[in-house]
Design a protein around this ligand. Structure first.
Ligand SMILES: CC(C)(COP(=O)(O)OP(=O)(O)OC[C@H]1O[C@@H](n2cnc3c(N)ncnc32)[C@H](O)[C@@H]1OP(=O)(O)O)[C@@H](O)C(=O)NCCC(=O)NCCS
Length: 451
């Protein structure tokens, strides 16, 4: 941290400077009355932090950063201390001229030690802040769409005070189960440790060397791994099964404790079956506190909550990851680039446009003309080709033209503030109404002509 940064409680004379920090830093990302927010915090500071307006917030604790005692504020943090023993960072702001010098970190370090969990929501587009919090040990626990601003996605980030580390992990080795002795140990630990579901009774199918001795239906490749130390101790293990379509299922996972589960998920990423998976690697585990925490920490994706999957009183969570997904990479901005989907594409397109300041040249009319020009280019690709087989078309060029059209359409809808997805669903509902299945099936008639 920069030595000339002083952290102090805010003073009356800071209010104007804080107001400036608030509106400049927050308005681009968040709707809402930032002035009113600041006024509420100042009111609480006057009452020794006590938040008279709070329902969940017991107290508001604020600090400013300065270069000199009593000098101009260069940063500010407020922590809303909740009655649940947690605290929300709301907000943390460093003046642009003082960023990336450790001021943000110094302010975050003011969080009291007795808070069991710190959390915040940060707009997914706010790459600076997202990266900052992730580097500070925060974990993404969810994405919230349309909560603070329509069309925006917020990341819900949290950091718990327990930072477990296995200090003897190095003495363990993950080995592929290949001998009956190892398999016996695997079955033993599955009875004494946590396991996502009990092992089936016909167990010999579950590791490759003995697989052929049993039921041919179970010939799908299954491989078991177990972590062992030189003195025969184990932290747990897992069984991998190859699935249709190139995915891999972590059909069984056995773990001694929270740290061991975390260790196993790291080791898993090093085994061949994981690295060679072309689709998703997935697992079903009970939706419980510790499992959830660890899978989130390792950036797995929650695919589904399945009530009653393994037993009728339990909800199973399906978590997945993939060797190619950026989820596995811990560092960097790309962390936030989730697997390819339209939401992420739209955000990436917006970033490309705003970074180049192209919005300045765009008007709905310009976009519309560009759109029509692209439609013309697409038409050129298909001109005189109605008798050409699809495989003989230049699909690369056609694809590129379709993308140009899509991009212009999107940009047009952004410009006139149309929520394309919502409108598309509404329109679909209308189409279904106008063209009831029983009347419209197999005919190209207009709805006014349908009997
Ligand atoms: C988020 C914020 C408070 C960080 O303050 P800061 O003083 O720059 O933070 P620090 O210097 O302690 O840490 C900087 C680290 O954050 C990450 N980071 C910050 N800006 C980044 C950027 N543009 N690109 C990549 N990483 C970035 C890096 O890990 C960086 O470390 P490095 O400089 O060694 O690479 C500051 O960017 C800010 O005020 N943003 C606007 C307000 C806001 O959005 N607040 C969050 C919502 S409450």
């Amino acid at each position: 941290m920069n030595d000339d940064v002083i952290i102090e409680q805010p003073k009356e004379s800071d209010i104007e400077a804080l107001r400036g920090l608030f509106s400049r830093a927050l308005a681009p990302h968040y709707d809402g009355d930032h002035d009113a927010h600041l006024s509420r915090l100042i009111e609480a500071y006057h009452a020794d932090g006590y938040d008279t307006n709070g329902f969940n917030s017991l107290a508001q604790v604020g600090y400013v950063a300065r270069h000199t005692p009593g000098g101009h504020p260069i940063g500010y943090i407020n922590l809303a201390i909740k009655r649940h023993g947690t605290a929300k960072v709301s907000p943390l702001i460093v003046d642009p001229s003082a960023r990336r010098k450790g001021v943000g970190e110094a302010l975050l370090n003011t969080a009291p030690n007795n808070v069991r969990m710190l959390y915040c929501t940060v707009s997914q587009d706010n790459i600076e802040a997202c990266t900052f919090f992730i580097r500070q040990g925060f974990v993404k626990v969810g994405e919230i769409h349309d909560q603070y601003r329509r069309g925006k996605t917020e990341l819900l980030l949290q950091r718990t005070s327990s930072h477990h580390h296995l200090n003897n992990a190095a003495s363990y080795e993950l080995v592929r189960v290949s001998e009956p002795k190892q398999w016996r140990q695997f079955t033993e630990i599955s009875e004494s440790m946590h396991v996502n579901q009990p092992l089936p009774t016909v167990t010999t199918v579950t590791y490759s060397p003995l697989r052929t001795e049993t039921d041919p239906i179970n010939r799908k490749t299954k491989t078991a791994y177990i972590s062992v130390s030189p003195n025969g101790q184990s932290l747990g293990g897992f069984i991998l099964s190859k699935k249709k379509g190139g995915s891999t299922k972590l059909s069984t996972i056995v773990w001694a404790n929270e740290d061991a589960l975390s260790y196993l998920l790291t080791e898993l990423t090093k085994v061949d079956e994981f690295r060679e998976t072309v689709g998703r690697v997935y697992v079903h585990v009970p939706a419980e506190l510790i499992n959830t925490r660890i899978f989130q920490k390792h950036r797995w994706r929650l695919d589904a909550l399945i009530p009653g999957l393994h037993n009728e009183h339990e909800v199973a969570a399906q978590w997945s990851t993939s060797p190619t997904s950026d989820n596995v990479a811990i560092e960097g901005v790309s962390t936030f680039m989730e697997p390819q989907n339209w939401t992420n594409y739209h955000r990436a397109l917006r970033e490309v446009i705003t970074a180049r300041q192209w919005d300045a040249f765009e008007t709905p009319q310009e976009l519309l003309v560009s759109l029509m020009a692209e439609v013309g280019e697409l038409a050129e690709e298909l001109q005189w080709k109605s008798r050409t087989f699809t495989r003989d078309l230049d699909r690369g060029r056609i694809g590129a033209e379709i993308v140009d059209i899509y991009n212009y359409l999107l940009r047009l809808s952004w410009h006139i503030d149309i929520n394309l997805l919502e409108t598309a669903f509404l329109k679909l509902a209308r189409i279904k109404e106008k063209y009831p299945l029983e009347k419209a099936r197999g005919t190209a008639k207009k709805y006014t002509e349908l009997e």
